[in-house]
Design a protein around this ligand. Sequence first.
Ligand code: DP6
Length: 353
Amino acid sequence: MPQVYLASSTAPVNIAVVKYWGKRDPVLNLPTNSSLSVTLSQEDLRAFTSVACSQDFPEDRMWLNGEERHVPADKRLVACLKALRALRQQVEDKDTSAPTLSRMCIQIASENNFPTAAGLASSAAGFAALVRAIADLYQLPQSAAELSRIARQGSGSACRSLFGGYVAWQMGSQDDGSDSMAVQVAPQEAWPQMRACILVASAQKKDVSSTAGMQHTVATSTLFAERVRQTVPDRMQAMTSAIEARDFAKFAEITMRDSNSFHAVCLDTYPPIFYMNDISRACVRLVEQMNAAAGATIAAYTYDAGPNTVVYYLEENEAKVLAYVKAAVSQGTQGMDSPQFSEVTPASDVQEA
Ligand code: DP6
């Protein structure tokens, strides 16, 4: 009876504080700008992926949250599988006694513990967990940074979920994408007081996918060129310095400005893309009120391709920030439907190869 080879892995969600938005090469998934994120704790939001291969499997198959996806139709998944099999082939070429897993079909089951495609970075955690699980199954010697090049082809933001702490995706300059990968800017332990909470305004699937949205922005927004030329490169440097100096006021200002800038280029896309809604805007005001009342910047908001608010703050201000958030949630934010609230913490618990 042919043997079945198995492996499982988890990967956490990351939330960008300098946003990735725009592709210079949609096939290799190369970005128009570098980006930087904080990886959240696996306790809170994560993808869990199990993979198996066997000579008995007649075809590649994949289930996402229990629903089967047609593998050949998913070009990004196919690209990841191809790249991982090529690396396994190198292992088998070196060690001729190693089982020929690269030639076996694979079965993949992935689950998120949060809504898929609701602007909660589900593809980031999903592809990171998938690449990590297959790399473990194939016993690949590659580092997390090297594997991030493969995860990037699944979903750009996924490359950053292979690391814990504070992570940059360096856009790179090579046409083949060989230098477009994630690196850790600082481990979580370098600034362990960072906390985050999420105000979920909607857990529904977003109207415009990130992939389609950013392609339209690149093609039609005039504001976008300036963002990519100067704004983001300057912010990458300033954000790295803020993290190294543990300067929350600076971290928060750049985070909020970059979220605003990203949503501004969405609005400057023609026709415009709206990811934030009235609840999101009320949450922006809430964070501004909190900071004004504290007389200091104690909280920062950021929005991805959806209406949900991620609020970053420091442990020392947790009581103040959560009191504000909980009051707003229970009263309804400025008369609007209440968002759901959940607390999450940034994490270090990502295995690094
Ligand atoms: C707004 O990584 O989902 O969350 O590469 O097309 O899969 P694809 O896009 P994706 O885009 C994420 C965009 C963002 C900002 C960010 O995470 O940096």
